[in-house]
Write a protein that binds this ligand. Structure first.
Ligand SMILES: [Zn+2]
Length: 261
């Protein structure tokens, strides 16, 4: 049986908190070991501080947030807007997958508002796919692993793809009980408050996070706060009916009948 280990792989420091941390916290409560990786350093996330200072600040914030979530922190692989679908990143990320041996990978939506997110998704999916291929070389070199992995995609920013079309969740996860803990983790990214207020017109990032989970909660017609997910094809990853989130989260997991319809 696969070990109860999950890894969240996001693009930027604070993306995990916005889209995935509620589900991670619930997995942790269910006895799972959880891991936290932002592919990019967040070095562009400031209009006042230079990239070196910003990178250091955001790494400290992310480490604090990961500690608050009870997650193992993994270092970033590159800077913002440098998340390209290319071999160096893929070898590094596949190395992390082989080291962590997750049964669950949580990552961005294949459709999202900017390419750091969509490229992170593509890299995470292929890194998981390559876990068991002995002839694929990772950096650092790690032996191929045999376990099943199930990949889940978070909701895109704004709940729409890059062409403004609505994305509907397949799965709702009830994050109401962990809402405060999720907010506290997001609050660790203090440098982002001013930046997001100025650059993206977000009145407050904490309020934006709540608005998102309340909207997804409303879509679920049952949960107050929720995170939405779509399960990746099982082909090359796990058995067709393998759905560890359902098994682990039980009554906090609900399928969306609209999705398959
Ligand atoms: Zn992001």
């Amino acid at each position: 049986m696969a070990k109860h280990i999950a890894i969240a792989i996001a693009a930027h420091p604070d993306d995990i908190e916005f889209y995935m941390a509620g589900t991670l916290l619930l997995l942790k409560e269910a006895g799972w070991e959880i891991h936290y990786l932002n592919v990019a350093s967040g070095n562009c996330g400031s209009a006042e501080r230079n990239p070196v200072k910003t990178r250091i600040t955001r790494m400290r914030e992310a480490r604090r947030a990961a500690a608050m979530l009870g997650a193992t922190w993994h270092p970033s692989l590159c800077d913002d807007l440098e998340i390209l679908y290319e071999m160096e990143r893929l070898r590094h990320l596949a190395g992390v997958i082989r080291e962590v041996q997750p049964a669950v990978v949580l990552t961005h939506s294949p459709q999202d508002y900017m390419e750091d997110h969509t490229n992170t998704c593509r890299l995470a999916v292929t890194a998981a796919f390559a876990r068991g291929m002995p002839n694929f070389r990772t950096v650092p070199a790690r032996r191929a692993i045999g376990n099943e992995v199930t990949v889940y995609h978070a909701m895109p920013h704004g709940l729409c793809d890059d062409l403004r079309r609505r994305i509907v969740p397949e799965i709702f996860v009830d994050t109401t009980s962990v809402r405060d803990a999720k907010r506290a983790a997001l609050g660790c990214h203090r440098s982002q408050k001013e930046w997001l207020d100025a650059s993206q017109g977000m009145d407050s990032y904490l309020r934006s996070m709540d608005a998102l989970s309340l909207t997804v909660g409303k879509m679920s017609r049952g949960f107050k706060h929720a995170e939405g997910w779509r399960r990746h094809s099982h082909l090359g990853f796990c058995a067709e009916d393998t759905d560890p989130l359902r098994a682990a989260l039980r009554k906090r997991y609900q399928l969306n009948p609209q999705y398959t319809a």
